[in-house]
Design a protein around this ligand. Structure first.
Ligand code: PHE
Length: 339
């Protein structure tokens, strides 16, 4: 009887030692200790044992069971330890190696330009105002003297929303920062001296246009602000911005419904693949009397200039960049060059 149990223990030991993985170990366990396992079966037979031998049988059976359980536990620990050590060896980390380091972020070139512009205009007494990118028809077009059939309103270049304003007109993504002229002038008393940088949107996409771009609006309204003031302020702004005295800048007569007379200002690339080429940077002019009226002011008394400049354009000129889409591709090789 004793032998029988000893054999069982030694068989279990051999079989446990033959496997190296936990899953098959559990299967082997059930061969001995499971419902149909040999130890279980033996125990079930206790009734067939002679009465006087039963006690001894019980002692042997229990000891056999606990020996097998011990063997199993040891084998389980052994296999897990081997597995763990193996893993530790393979995934060894040398904590004394120098770190990989991480890239410091940098400010986006357009934001650098934005901050520079604010700083320069702030230093000569301009307020800085922020406004909504979703605009209504009044502020974006009508108040700015845009006739109903003006091409700037056409579906081709404006992103309209499927949502109306209080007057039943479609809301839109502002096509320029000029609505800020109206918003600011209506809520401030003259003299009005403000810039308003921000994002603007048009259905446009090529090397000098992107569907989302940045402009800065400038507005100075008082009793005697002339076109000559515009020229002086703007050219000196450019000198500060580009940190150069001699810039090639030209004013071309142009048309905007909200200024009269109107100009477009161009600047020449001094560096980069476009060196020697002109790039339009700004629209500007003397604010139209109808617009002054829409500010809630008397055009007989108040006059002044407005301008709207492209931040991408100014950035392109400053760093000699030929394609504005570079700003939006997120290529670190490009972005990290501009500090
Ligand atoms: N808003 C005009 C544009 O987007 C620029 C502009 C601003 C022109 C102010 C004149 C005065 O092109």
């Amino acid at each position: 009887m004793k032998k029988l149990f000893e054999e069982l223990v030694s068989n279990a030991n051999i079989e446990f030692n033959n496997t190296n993985d936990l899953v098959s170990l559990e299967q082997i366990k059930s061969k001995f200790l499971g419902k149909e396992g040999s130890v279980t079966k033996l125990l079930k037979n206790i009734s067939k044992i002679k009465k006087e031998d039963r006690k001894q049988f019980g002692i042997y059976a229990n000891s056999c069971k606990s020996q097998i359980e011990n063997l199993l536990k040891n084998r389980r620990n052994h296999i897990s330890n081997v597995y763990l050590n193996d893993k530790l060896n393979k995934e060894y980390i040398d904590v004394t190696l120098p770190g990989r380091g991480f890239l410091g972020g940098s400010i986006h070139p357009i934001m650098i330009t934005w901050a520079r512009i604010e700083k320069i205009f702030h230093s000569i007494g301009f307020d800085v105002a922020d406004g909504p990118e979703i605009e209504d028809d009044w502020n974006n077009f009508t108040a700015l003297n845009n006739p109903i059939d003006h091409p700037a309103r056409s579906m081709q270049d404006t992103f309209y929303l499927d949502m109306n304003d209080n007057y039943g007109k479609k809301l839109l993504l502002r096509t320029h920062t000029s609505p800020m002229q109206v918003r600011y002038a209506k809520s401030h008393k003259p003299p009005i001296k403000v810039i308003s940088p921000g994002r603007t949107y048009r259905v446009d996409n090529d090397s000098t246009h992107s569907p989302m771009f940045h402009q800065v609006e400038g507005l100075w309204i008082s009793e005697d602000i002339s076109f000559a003031n515009l020229k002086f302020i703007y050219i000196n702004f450019l000198r500060c911005f580009f940190e150069q005295e001699n810039l090639d800048v030209r004013f071309r007569p142009s048309f905007f419904p909200f200024t009269e007379p109107s100009v477009e200002m161009d600047m020449m690339f001094k560096t980069g693949p476009n060196k020697g080429k002109w790039l339009e940077i700004s629209g500007a002019g003397q604010v139209h009397p109808n617009v002054i009226r829409n500010f809630g002011l008397d055009p007989e008394k108040y006059m002044g200039f407005a301008f709207g400049s492209g931040l991408e354009r100014l950035t392109m000129l400053r760093y000699g960049i030929s394609d504005l889409r570079n700003f939006y591709e997120g290529d670190l090789r490009f972005l990290s060059q501009i500090k």
